[in-house]
Ligand binder design. Structure first.
Ligand code: AMP
Ligand code: GLY
Length: 417
């Protein structure tokens, strides 16, 4: 089987690593991939600027399955473009991808489908926002409606900050057209968890739960990032609770989509807040999480590829996914300054000193004059399995120390929250 994986981050490297272990795989291509995927797949240069170009290439190459890593091509409708050409692709069409592409639509779906989520209102003018904020007490949660590269959620401690932020989004175009509408919602407290499901034919298959660490600094402080690391499983979610969450979170959404004639084939990712009053969905994503995927897939015993193929064809395989008992933890090594500006092109060394069973997923690297250098904020994910979370963490941190590049930064408390 020939597989095309779209994307260039550590999530795609982890997916490539898992797919490459499948006996069904004949050849794996990554578009565009990264230096990590280059070792296991053929990287194809290009961007996703032209949706038809990629589908045309896939048909010419005889690709049997395309897997979309990031959300942007899905929100732009690339999966529809593949479907129109009779190509099998994993990822929802444009309509289904609105669950991530429009937060106001996702909230409406959740409420209508009966999925527990924070109370909310949608506003389109600053006046409306101001009136609404005046009725509430802080902290205030503001969410730009559209895709904002993971920066569209603002938690404001006081009303004045919330007013300023609302103004910058609705009147000053801070997030461009993604901020034409603003969701203002109830502030929730609790522990967070990510639950992912493979969905097709109105049914779903759960992945093991995981937790990512979004805050930059040790102590769970500092600005939100794209994720400083992740681990799986999550101690607060027992196997029974996991089944229950699946029925509470995914079943109603899939029923709702089916009623609307939306054939959702792909990953549905629920960001959850486990509150004292029960779980609440903070957000849906329509693709694998990053860094969660790096902590989930090393625990997966089953061959993933047949499941992805079946789902892309509109069905869920009857046999569930099997998981290793071991825990997995991923520490992201990031460039100093991230998530703000940072230097690129710093030489990376020490990878040859790592234990053979340590997994290194490339997120922001490139090759310059035959040397591996940094080229992004989240440079490498150092991932290890252990008999429990403590052991996985200790191993990951021993390994994380061995890798060197100028400005390297990582949190030292992952897995403790
Ligand atoms: P998102 O970009 O939707 O993943 O949100 C980023 C982060 O904002 C989440 O991981 C939560 O930590 C926080 N967040 C989102 N919605 C809420 C909420 N209603 N109450 C409290 N925190 C929230
Ligand atoms: N880990 C958060 C995300 O993938 O959106």
């Amino acid at each position: 089987m020939k597989v095309l994986l779209v994307g260039s981050g550590a999530r795609e490297h982890a997916l490539a690593w898992k797919i490459a272990r499948s006996p069904d795989l004949k050849k794996l291509f990554c578009w565009p991939g990264n230096p990590g995927t280059a070792g296991i797949a053929e990287n194809i240069k290009g961007d996703y600027g032209d949706p038809d170009k990629l589908a045309y290439w896939a048909r010419e190459e005889g690709i049997d399955l395309t897997v979309f890593g990031p959300e942007a091509p899905l929100v732009e409708g690339l999966a529809d473009s593949f479907a129109r050409r009779g190509l099998k692709a994993l990822g929802p069409g444009r309509e289904g991808a609105r669950l991530e592409g429009s937060k106001s639509w996702a909230k409406k779906v959740m409420v209508e489908a009966g999925v527990p989520t924070a109370q909310y209102r949608v506003v389109e003018t600053f006046n409306e926002a101001e009136e609404l904020l005046a009725e509430q007490s802080g902290p205030y949660v503001l969410k730009a409606d559209g895709l904002a590269a993971g920066k569209g959620v603002l938690i404001c401690p006081d009303r004045e900050t919330a007013r300023k932020e609302a103004r910058s989004i609705l009147e000053e175009g801070r997030f461009g057209s993604a901020g034409r509408k603003l969701v203002i919602e109830e502030f929730l407290q609790g522990k967070e968890a990510s639950l992912l499901a493979l969905c097709a034919g109105g049914d779903y298959l759960l992945f093991a739960p995981s937790r990512d660490h979004k805050r930059l600094r040790t102590g769970d402080e500092g600005p939100n990032t794209g994720g400083m690391g992740a681990y799986s499983p999550v101690p607060e979610i027992s196997p029974d609770e996991q089944e229950n969450l699946g029925e509470v979170v995914f079943r109603p959404i899939l029923d709702y989509l089916e009623n609307k004639g939306i054939d959702y084939r792909g990953i549905l990712y629920a960001g959850l807040m486990l509150t004292a009053r029960g779980p609440r969905v903070l957000e849906f994503n329509v693709r694998f999480g990053d860094p969660e995927t790096q902590a989930i897939l090393p625990r997966l015993e089953s061959d993933l590829l047949p499941h992805l193929v079946a789902a892309a064809g509109g069905e869920i395989l009857p046999h569930p996914l099997e998981w290793k008992k071991e825990a997995c933890l991923c520490v992201n090594l990031v460039s100093g300054g991230y998530p703000g500006s940072y230097q690129k092109g710093q030489p990376i060394s020490g990878l040859e000193e790592l234990n053979p069973d340590t997994l290194v997923f490339h997120g922001g690297t490139s090759i310059q004059d035959s040397q591996l250098v940094t080229s992004g904020g989240r440079v490498l994910g150092i991932t290890t399995l252990g008999s429990d979370l403590n052991e996985a963490r200790e191993k990951a941190y021993q390994e994380a120390k061995k890798v060197r590049f100028k400005g390297k930064y990582y949190r030292t408390d992952l897995g403790r929250f």
